[in-house]
Design a binder for this molecule. Structure first.
Ligand code: PLP
Length: 454
């Protein structure tokens, strides 16, 4: 399976026949005219443009298209920790826009300070110093520069298959061929190692990871001798969940070899895994924790990093020199989001509903041969479709058919690596909405199993 195939169904100019058939059944003239205008004025790019459909609204757990059809959104680019259009976040944004809508550099403002203080209070260990950024990739870029400034080194070790954003430096440390290819020379000194994924493990550890991959990171750190940082996603969004001791081993290796540990929690910070920060599951404190996506309440673009106190060493540089670096409006959105998560006890909800849903998916696996594996942490869930549970041959065509069947029945999600149904619902989703979504998924998989391929 090449990465190019993965994305065909998601927005390449060469639209898949299934996508065209879906559009023919579901898109009316008004929507088509807007899609045509979008395709006319935006640069075309894989994964988005030309677009699938036009939205007119989003609230709570769902999105509504121009033709009035609502779908539960189990994708949401992982911004919907507080649900879509959360009234408390909107109210905070509106109030802040009326009071102080922008803060030029060299000035600061109450919401930005309050947000930095709140994040430091919430973060584990001695993560004490904050910088904000307008996107996750930019926050990664700042983290890389900070690691260089603090260590006087430039090399990084990161994981194949990982994603850290789509800018040139982020794809240099990222490990997805799809993003890396065709760019010419990437950043020098970016070394990649195998991720903790037992099924595709070059160390042949079988289904139970023996942490050889973590040992290998130490091997590379020792051989190189001058690595600035190891950077990884605490868990990958598909999801791929490293074994319990993985990050502890990597942390210890970093400490022994003078490298910083940067953990990217952009898609799952603020509760998606049932803890405020995913590294808390691993009992590990990174040197730099990178946040994003839902931090802006699903409304404002906002990312950032929290660094350990000893990294406050670059006062003579301008690492976070971005126009919206202390946006009062984005900070107000983030503060309202954090308040909502705490007041509504969202973490508890995520843990209980996440466990219940994972159990439900396991039961589905019992009666659907098409399901090769299910896994998850909190409300970051994945259903891997395979043609054979022994060889784990990817069921890519089937995954696309399930995705379109679900879309037609009112459930939106993304397919990762061609065959992993990646389910990241809003954290505010009710038990009843989850029941509806699971019923749609169950039925769609059953239909695909019972129908021969087109
Ligand atoms: C793990 C991870 N890191 C970084 C990013 C980049 O964030 P942004 O799209 O805000 O630049 C993403 C976005 O999907 C992500 O999933």
């Amino acid at each position: 399976m090449t990465q190019a195939n993965v994305f065909k169904s998601e927005g390449d100019v060469n639209l898949s026949p299934r996508r065209r058939a879906w559009a023919a059944r579901n898109i009316n003239r008004e929507t088509q005219e807007l899609l045509d205008a979008d395709a006319r004025y935006f640069l075309h790019q894989a994964l988005s443009t030309p677009c699938l459909n036009v939205l007119s609204g989003c609230d709570g757990a769902g999105i509504t298209d121009l033709q009035g059809r609502r779908a539960l959104d189990f994708h949401g680019n992982c911004v919907h920790q507080a649900g879509f259009g959360n009234p408390k976040v909107i109210a905070a944004v509106v109030k802040q826009m009326q009071e102080l809508s922008f803060c030029p550099r060299r000035y600061t403002n109450r919401p930005a300070i309050a947000l930095a203080k709140k994040l430091v209070e919430l973060a584990p260990g001695d993560l004490q110093r904050v910088l904000f950024a307008p996107s996750g990739a930019v926050a990664i870029s700042i983290a890389l520069q900070l690691a260089r400034a603090a260590t006087g080194r430039h090399k990084t070790v990161s994981l194949w298959d990982s994603f850290h954003g789509a800018t040139l430096d982020a794809i240099s440390v990222g490990g997805e061929a799809f993003f890396r290819r065709g760019n010419g020379p990437l950043l020098p000194g970016c070394e990649h190692v195998p991720p903790p994924d037992p099924r595709h493990c070059p160390f042949a550890c079988g289904n139970a990871c023996n942490l050889k991959c973590a040992d290998y990171i130490e091997y590379v750190l020792e051989k190189e001798g001058d690595v600035a940082a190891v950077i990884g996603e605490t868990i990958r969004a598909a999801p791929f969940i490293p074994p319990p001791d993985y990050w502890k081993k990597v942390r210890a290796a970093c400490d022994r070899h003078g490298a910083l540990l940067i953990l990217d929690e952009i898609p799952h910070c603020l509760g998606r895994t049932g803890r405020m920060f995913t590294c808390e599951h691993y009992d590990v404190v990174p040197d730099i924790l990178v946040l994003g996506k839902g931090l802006g309440g699903g409304i404002m673009p906002l990312a950032g990093l929290i660094a350990r106190e000893h990294l406050n060493v670059a006062g003579d540089r301008a690492l976070g020199h971005f126009t919206h670096e202390k946006s009062p409006v984005a900070a107000a959105a983030a503060l309202a989001t954090l308040q909502f998560i705490e007041e509504e006890n969202i973490l508890h909800h995520v843990r209980t509903l996440g466990e219940k849903t994972l159990q439900r998916l396991r039961e589905m696996k019992d009666h659907h041969p098409l399901i090769g594996d299910v896994r998850g942490l909190g409300l970051m869930l994945g259903v891997e479709l395979t043609r054979d549970r022994t060889t784990m041959q990817r069921a890519e065509d089937e995954a696309e058919r399930v995705m379109y069947a679900c879309l037609e029945a009112g459930l939106n999600f993304k397919v990762t690596m061609g065959n992993i149904l990646t389910l990241t619902p809003p954290l505010t989703i009710t038990d009843a909405e989850m029941d509806t979504a699971m019923a749609i998924l169950d039925k769609a998989i059953g239909e695909v199993e019972s129908q021969p391929a087109l």
